[in-house]
Design a protein around this ligand. Structure first.
Ligand code: DX5
Ligand code: ZN
Length: 222
């Protein structure tokens, strides 16, 4: 299947957890590049979600990489547990991490892909010194913590700026966006330079089903 140039990372936060394996299977069939797993602790963000047991279960039912977005106060403490469960990559926030370089090096030492995440109010400039060490940058296009929020349009110039930085410093780095991505906003973020789109409600929250929703989103993105 031609996946197009833009990669899709369905976020299971909006999936129906009673049918999680089935829905992830549909996302795989529809050509998802990776599965995005949102981990929240009720401290770093005002919501709780899921932990390593879900990653462990998903590892058995899909061949896709499980990308683990850690919205938790102490990411270092949980890296081993998620690695054992089957996480293929980690997305860790710049915000609240006094030793981000150390966290990044730990993830690399575990043999996993690593991405740094910045929230809507965080400037692109904070990425300058860490960019050469990471495989991905994730620009949050909503404030983290909840699915189904409205896309924040003022993040678009920042996505362009990060694209410039990546082209100058580390060309093989993915530029991913997360939050409020749907058929309307996908073309905007792709035009700004994003090449990986996380989408939760636009994939798992549509009445038309996962496969049709992914096909529609991919067509809009490409
Ligand atoms: C928000 C999460 C997102 C969320 C996106 O904190 O990081 O991954 O699932 O959901 P939608 O696509 O509905 O905005
Ligand atoms: Zn996420």
């Amino acid at each position: 299947m031609d996946k197009g140039i833009v990669k899709l990372a369905p976020s299971i936060l909006s999936a129906d957890f009673a049918y999680l394996g089935k829905q992830v299977g549909e996302a795989e069939e529809a050509g998802a590049d990776r599965i995005h797993v949102d981990v929240m602790d009720g401290h770093f963000v005002p919501n709780i979600s899921i932990g390593a047991p879900i990653v462990q279960s998903l590892r058995k039912v899909t061949r896709l990489p499980l990308e683990t977005h850690l919205m938790i106060s102490d990411p270092d403490f949980f890296l081993d547990e998620f690695t054992e469960a089957g996480s293929g990559s980690f997305l860790v926030h710049w915000e609240g991490n006094n030793n981000l370089h150390r966290t990044v090096q730990r993830i690399k030492a575990l043999g996993k892909r690593v991405g740094v995440v910045i929230n809507p109010a965080t400037p692109a400039a904070v990425l300058e010194e860490i960019l050469q060490d990471v495989d991905q940058v994730l620009v949050m296009t909503v404030n983290p913590g909840f699915g189904h929020q409205r896309f924040i349009h003022t993040t678009l110039p920042k996505i362009r700026r990060v694209r410039q930085m990546i082209d100058e410093i580390k060309r093989d780095c993915d530029l991913e966006v997360d939050g409020g991505i749907d058929v309307t906003t996908a073309p905007l973020v792709v035009d700004a330079g994003a090449n990986v789109l996380v989408a939760g409600s636009a994939i798992f929250g549509e009445g038309e089903g996962v496969i049709a929703a992914m096909n529609r989103l991919r067509a809009a993105a490409n």
